[in-house]
Design a protein around this ligand. Structure first.
Ligand code: ATP
Length: 437
């Protein structure tokens, strides 16, 4: 199946209809504009592997921006143009996006006074890519729709499960490819091809990654932490000698197990439907730092320029997760409201980490219950009800509603009536105290 010359059938069988329509439209536009157009990179790889892929990257031999504008007009989609690189992004109303690049025809002066040679601009575009499996394209023009262009043996490498660079200087040219190579290797259960592996080791030995801006390293790391099983790639990074550079001061051996356990915890939490905003990469980062002190964690956040908001969440998570895990473990002796108060200031991304520490169904059920309480279990009464009872609005209202919330969690009040009388008693007592001062 990896030796298809044309994947028209495969496209029609594998992709959603809306997606296919876009590909066909692109082909029609290309014929109108008189240019050649290809879908390149991840989409071709994933079609051949039979896995879902949502990115669409187009390469136009001609004017990519013109293609993007025409496509945008047909779909009433926004088009963002980057004039400097002659690239554009088409943003569809349903959130889908298509990147369009211009493959320039460049002329090379042959040294021995030969005439100028025009190499295929698609070839040049693909040659700049990272691995053979990512350097294939498929034609979208109407007359040869589905034809595979595979200059570097990508199909063969897919079949053999090999992640292979296109040339010996690849990691020198862009050392972030070390991280990308490991990510693809583990995602598709493939292997770095032996020569590529040797080149990777060499690039690590000569500290190539240190030349790269930390933002770019983080971008690739974050991709790794967003994979279904980042533990595998992190193990590999440790194996090729990059761990200490990526996470200085963090002891890999101490966190290996929790990293391996986290996917399962994440799946469980996912089934609860209680942490919808959860960012998996942060859950993994917290697990990765779970045995480190605040200074080490802070240094990592600074290293990757995470910014105040994420850094605060990292610190909050790390300082509080153990306490919540311990409290849940001795569940009988702690009230729900107490648990909720401890868990609430923490980012929800600590939940998978906490879950890895819980033994027994009771503790796990309680974590689910407390999460659900934080998300949904709000009192039915509001400040309006309190002023309706004759109390004067003020800071005490928030305290009273909070007290009602806690009482609900602990099962002290259940009905709306009970909430009202609980609040009344609370506010009366509060006023009594204020008046007596
Ligand atoms: P994913 O499924 O993770 O999105 P992808 O292959 O689409 O995988 P992207 O990071 O979106 O990955 O990159 C799109 C394409 O651009 C890749 O397939 C690859 O051909 C090329 N590419 C991306 N980054 C690099 C790089 N650092 N060096 C060379 N080529 C790259």
């Amino acid at each position: 199946k990896y030796h298809y010359k044309n994947i028209r059938e495969l496209i029609y069988r594998s992709l959603p209809e809306a997606y296919i329509t876009i590909l066909e439209q692109v082909g029609t536009i290309a014929n109108e504009l008189g240019c050649r157009v290809f879908a390149a990179g991840g989409i071709v790889r994933d079609l051949l592997l039979g896995v879902e892929s949502l990115d669409l990257d187009l390469v136009v031999e001609g004017d990519g921006v013109e293609m993007a504008r025409a496509l945008g007009r047909r779909y009433d989609a926004r088009v963002r143009v980057h004039p400097k690189f002659r690239t554009a992004t088409v943003l569809f109303p349903d959130g889908r996006q298509v990147d369009v690049a211009t493959a320039r025809v460049e002329f090379y002066q042959h040294p021995a006074a030969m005439p100028q040679i025009e190499t295929s601009s698609l070839h040049q575009d693909l040659y700049r890519r990272d691995f053979t499996i990512n350097a294939m394209a498929v034609s979208l023009n109407q007359n040869d729709f589905g034809d595979i262009i595979d200059y570097f043996g990508g199909r063969e490498d897919l079949e053999r499960g090999l992640v292979r660079v296109l040339h010996n200087l690849s990691f020198v040219e862009d050392p972030t490819r070390l991280l990308r190579g490991v990510r693809f290797e583990k995602r598709y259960a493939m292997n770095l091809e032996p020569q590529t592996f040797a080149l990777a080791k060499e690039a690590v030995r000569s500290k190539m990654l240190e030349r790269v801006a930390m933002e770019r390293v983080w971008e690739e790391l974050k991709h790794i932490l967003s994979e279904p099983r980042p533990g595998l790639a992190l193990y590999r990074l440790q194996e090729i000698g990059l761990w200490d550079y990526l996470f200085p001061g963090v002891d890999y051996k101490q966190v290996r197990q929790v990293l391996d356990e986290l996917p399962r915890s994440l799946r469980v939490i996912h089934t609860w439907d209680l942490a919808e905003q959860l960012e998996p990469w942060l859950a993994y980062l917290l697990a990765l730092l779970s045995r480190s002190d605040a200074d080490t964690a802070g240094a990592i956040c600074r290293r990757y320029h995470l910014g105040q908001r994420w850094t605060d969440r990292v610190h909050a998570g790390l300082s509080g997760w153990q306490d919540v895990a311990d409290s849940l473990q001795r569940a009988q002796q702690i009230q729900m409201s107490d648990l909720a108060r401890r868990l609430m200031p923490l980012p929800e991304e600590v939940c998978p980490l906490i879950l890895t520490r819980l033994t027994g169904n009771a503790a796990r059920a309680q974590l689910r219950q407390v999460l659900s309480a934080i998300n949904y279990d709000q009192p039915s009464i509001t400040g309006k009800d309190l002023s309706g009872m004759g109390f004067t609005p003020g800071p005490a209202f928030k305290l009273a509603l909070d007290a009602v919330w806690q009482a609900r969690l602990d099962g002290l009040v259940r009905t709306r009536q009970e909430e009202l009388s609980y609040a009344r008693e609370y506010l009366a007592a509060y006023e009594g105290v204020i008046n007596s001062v």
